[in-house]
Write a protein that binds this ligand. Structure first.
Ligand code: AMP
Ligand code: DBH
Length: 541
């Protein structure tokens, strides 16, 4: 292991032509040479003013951002936490960072103090780039607070326009198999994990995704999911579209009353959504007069899209459906254009690469036959071999396979059906929440003896969170029992993303035990999930 992959695998992926000399530093200059005056990017800037850029203009704007960053002391190899909404600055700053060989760390606009401090610390970030305000939240103050807490971290706010001028910078020369950026994991542990992706591995997945999805200069791709999320970034996403010479249309609001008119006005051909948004679009379609006839393909992924909803996409939205099952750690599966209907509606697709090695194993690690559910493990030319800092090494086996934590069935065609999950994570409509991370925040409350965060089924989001709180028995406990709103406020004030604040809180005076004594966290969460589901049904009756 010399780089991020063992030598023999790196040699193989190179020999097969998967890994090339291409890098993100040269990506946009190269695209500008190839696509010049074609439209690259449409969206709003941080002030809400409309903006349109050709490939040449986008490359120029990125070069200016690069110069600005460089003049402010950011250099090659340095880590920079990027937290921006879906505005054009997201793309110009991203490619500005790439141009100088800096390493972006992809925060989402929803992240707050505790997450940002962790990302910055873990990555050894030199700077944080943000906007003054995102969705009416003061991100300038947030970033400044984070920087003050850590020390030695610069803050750049795009509203202050440090990137309007500056000499041009030549794209940095970076090694293709070196670290390109740090992506975020949905997480299963007490703190979020950072995912190291190299230029070569990620670009392979981007190029192949663009090919599988049939992208070309005519593609007009709408981004309404948070741009930094791995799905709209790379599957094939913003990067795939810019690689293929298409146009990226940035939207700041996925709500149908905003997104539908944008599809009509920009003649959008393709977009990607998480299941709850796809449901919302299906619901809203009959009440909207917007012309969606340009929309040819809707990608749905991030969480399981039920077959009943999948079936409605083509007749009701008038476009083809593609299911996407991916992960920021690597492996991405797509249903294909020429797949029979039952596979498009009833599976989450098959892997990008013939060299994505997939194992479906039982609890004891033995392979299960096709069609039977088991644990999904994978290894391949764009799947990581470890997290940053070597944390959570238990997610990788001795042969380098990554344990996805997903329970899947593999069909003889290679298509995967996601049946469930073995990891301690809640998938809240595509937003992943690590149970342990939220529990750690809850137990910091003086009246909380212990806490378990479990999933409860939800018609709209698929799952929501419920925090089961162990409190002292008796009505006159000291300190007094916390109320649900108090606990939610407590978690929020510890500076975590809003989607991680428990949707529901249940107080209990004892946790289940076995006759022998303590039970594992895993079993505890399972038992409490059942208890909560039971209470839920009682309430409905
Ligand atoms: P992350 O590690 O945050 O990138 O999240 C990846 C995880 O999201 C996968 O391991 C799955 O659990 C889940 N996921 C993504 N796409 C789908 C899908 N189409 N169906 C079911 N689960 C999905
Ligand atoms: O959920 C995900 O993380 C995801 C979904 C679809 C992803 O990372 C991807 C495609 O690349």
């Amino acid at each position: 292991m010399t780089g991020y992959f063992p030598t023999e695998f790196a040699e193989r992926y190179r020999a097969l032509g998967y890994w090339t000399g291409e890098t993100f530093a040269a990506f946009l200059p190269e695209a500008a040479r190839r696509f010049g005056d074609a439209e690259a990017l449409v969206g709003e800037d941080h002030r809400g003013a409309p903006s349109r850029m050709t490939y040449r203009e986008l490359d120029r704007a990125a070069a200016v951002a690069a110069a600005g960053l460089r003049d402010n002391g950011i250099g090659a190899g340095e880590r920079v936490v990027l937290q921006l909404p879906n505005t054009v600055e997201y793309v110009t700053v991203l490619f500005g960072l790439f141009r100088i060989g800096a390493v972006p760390v992809f925060a989402l606009p929803a992240h707050r103090r505790s997450e940002l401090v962790h990302f910055a610390r873990m990555s050894g970030a030199k700077a944080l780039v943000t906007a003054a305000e995102i969705a009416r939240f003061d991100h300038r103050a947030l970033a400044q607070g984070v920087a003050a807490e850590i020390g030695g971290v610069a803050v750049f706010v795009v509203d202050d326009e440090p990137f309007v001028d500056g000499d041009d910078t030549e794209p940095a020369v970076v090694a293709p198999e070196s670290l390109a950026f740090l992506q975020l994991s949905g997480g299963t542990t007490g703190v979020p994990k950072l995912i190291p992706r190299t230029h070569a591995d990620y670009l392979y997945s981007v190029r192949e995704s663009a090919r599988i999805c049939g992208l070309g200069p005519g593609t007009r791709f709408l981004v309404v999911l948070p741009a930094a999320h791995n799905f709209p970034m790379s599957s094939p996403g913003i990067l795939g579209v810019l690689w293929a010479g298409g146009t990226v249309v940035l939207g700041t609001d996925p709500a149908p009353h905003k997104a539908f008119p944008l599809i009509e006005a920009e003649r959008v051909t393709m977009t990607s959504l998480v299941p709850p948004l796809a449901m919302l679009w299906l619901q809203a379609r009959p009440g909207s007069s917007a012309d969606l006839s340009s929309l040819a393909l809707l990608q749905v992924g991030g969480a399981k899209f039920p077959a009943e909803a999948a079936r409605r996409v083509e007749p009701e939205l008038g476009c083809r459906l593609q299911q996407v099952f991916g992960m920021a750690e690597g492996l991405v599966n797509y249903t294909r254009d020429d797949d029979p209907e039952d596979l498009v509606l009833g599976t989450q697709g098959r892997p990008i690469s013939p060299d994505d090695e997939v194992r479906v194993l039982d609890d004891d690690g033995a392979p299960v036959p096709d069609g039977e559910p088991g644990h999904l493990w994978t290894r391949g030319p764009y799947t990581i071999r470890g997290y940053l800092g070597g944390v959570d090494a238990a997610s990788f086996d001795a042969e380098g396979y990554y344990r996805t934590g997903d329970i899947v069935r593999r069909l003889p065609s290679g298509h995967l059906v996601v049946e469930g999950r073995a990891k301690d994570q809640i998938n809240r409509g595509g937003e992943k929440i690590a149970a342990e991370e939220v529990e750690n925040h809850l137990v910091a409350h003086p009246a909380v003896i212990d806490a378990a965060v479990v999933a409860v089924a939800d018609e709209f989001l698929g799952e929501r969170t419920c925090a089961v709180i162990l409190v002292a028995p008796g009505e006159v406990a000291e300190p007094p029992r916390p109320t649900a709103p108090e606990l939610k406020k407590f978690v929020r004030e510890r500076g975590v993303a809003e989607y991680k604040v428990p949707d529901r809180v249940e107080l209990v005076e004892r946790f289940p035990t076995t006759g022998v004594g303590k039970i594992s966290r895993r079993e505890l969460r399972r038992a409490l999930a059942e208890l909560v589901a039971g209470r839920n049904n009682e309430e409905k009756r």
